[in-house]
Design a protein around this ligand. Structure first.
Ligand SMILES: [Mn+2]
Length: 356
């Protein structure tokens, strides 16, 4: 089943006169797109990213791409269903989303694939099976960016790279591939799709992950680090906690809400943290990001979406996001936690204020 599907996708990509790629703007999407570009001779200019922090593929963008290309590949996103796309859209994703196209390679729909596989590792698998994975570290960047640098698909690709790339140098926390992933992700946090385009350009030319981390993209990391530090500090002082689930607000032009949520989990010992960024994204939407350990934050955000206008939630139990047009996210959080946590026995430990 998997084997046949991968062969079919390779055949369709080889046979197509022209191929367009639409990818998520994070390291997983970008490195997956770069891997396909290299393996199937797709030009940098034929890769599109959803604009301005929009998550998913706008229907108009997909329609437009289907007018210009024989085949469109979506990486790390599942596009909406459009007429005439059935046999011309390939989806390589790992989010729990409906299978809208027959050519969907997603662990949620293909049993042979473990759920902890990143979209970029899936593109690496396709390129490798076609015998055209020239830089095997490339798809590993996306896996590291999503924190999915494990599992059998990843391990198969990891055996192809120099082990030095998988080991942090003395005194460092990140290995060179994780370092490259953090650099790529910083670009899109600051400049959204423009940052993703710059990162793609770097990935298509780099000879090693070191070159990615040392590229001009490195300047974005300083900016992200500074914003993250400031807002994580403030958020940990203002966080509102209900039964071990925290809510905080930030106000930053930089897409740091997910990182601040991550910091809150650790700093406050929470099981779940959601962070609202009150600066509107360039695409016009507002965003809440959530991180959790042993708590389904995707369900919490789906519940919150019911109380907000123009809202759409998606993601995994450990990391999820909610985009919306208007409404009061704190009110939505209170209602959602009421709804989800009211049946739970109250654990006095988790509500007690932590003392230093
Ligand atoms: Mn991903």
């Amino acid at each position: 089943m998997l084997h046949a599907l991968v062969r079919k996708v390779s055949r369709v990509l080889d046979a197509a006169e022209n191929v367009g790629i639409v990818a998520d703007i994070d390291a997983d999407g970008i490195s997956g797109a770069a891997t396909l570009c290299e393996a199937f001779r797709v030009e940098e200019g034929d890769v599109r990213f959803p604009p301005g922090g929009f998550y998913g593929v706008p229907e108009e963008l997909l329609r437009e791409m289907l007018e210009s290309y024989d085949v469109v590949v979506a990486v790390d996103v599942t596009p909406p269903r459009v007429a005439g796309g059935r046999d011309r859209v390939i989806v390589i994703d790992h989010h729990p989303s409906p299978a809208r196209y027959p050519m969907t390679i997603n662990p949620h729909h293909v049993r042979a694939l473990p759920k902890n596989t990143s979209a970029s590792a899936l593109t690496g698998m396709i390129a490798h099976r076609a015998g055209r994975l020239r830089r095997p570290w490339l798809p590993l960047i996306g896996a590291a960016g999503d924190g999915l640098d494990r599992g059998p698909v990843y391990e198969t690709l990891a055996r192809l790279v120099d082990p030095e790339l998988l080991t942090p140098p003395p005194g460092r926390k990140l290995n060179p591939i994780q370092d490259a992933a953090a650099t790529v992700n910083a670009a899109r946090r600051v400049e959204y799709h423009k940052g993703a385009e710059r990162a793609l350009e770097v990935l298509l030319l780099a000879d090693s992950p070191h070159e990615v981390a040392e590229s001009h993209l490195a300047r974005y990391r300083g900016k992200v680090r500074a914003e993250r530090g400031t807002w994580s500090e403030r958020a940990s002082r203002t966080v509102h906690v209900v039964l071990g689930v925290g809510y905080a607000e930030v106000h930053s032009e930089v897409d740091i809400e997910g990182l601040v949520a991550q910091d809150l989990l650790r700093r406050k010992g929470l099981r779940c943290a959601v962070v609202y960024n009150s600066v509107r994204k360039p695409c016009g939407l507002l965003k809440v990001s959530g991180r959790a350990r042993g708590f389904p934050v995707n369900e919490l955000l789906t519940e919150m979406a019911r109380w907000l206008d123009g809202a759409r939630a998606g993601g995994h139990p450990g990391a999820a996001a909610l985009h919306f047009r208007s409404g009061d996210p704190k009110e939505a959080f209170n209602r959602a936690t009421d709804e989800l946590l009211s049946g739970e026995p109250i654990d006095p430990e988790s509500t007690a204020p932590r003392r230093r």
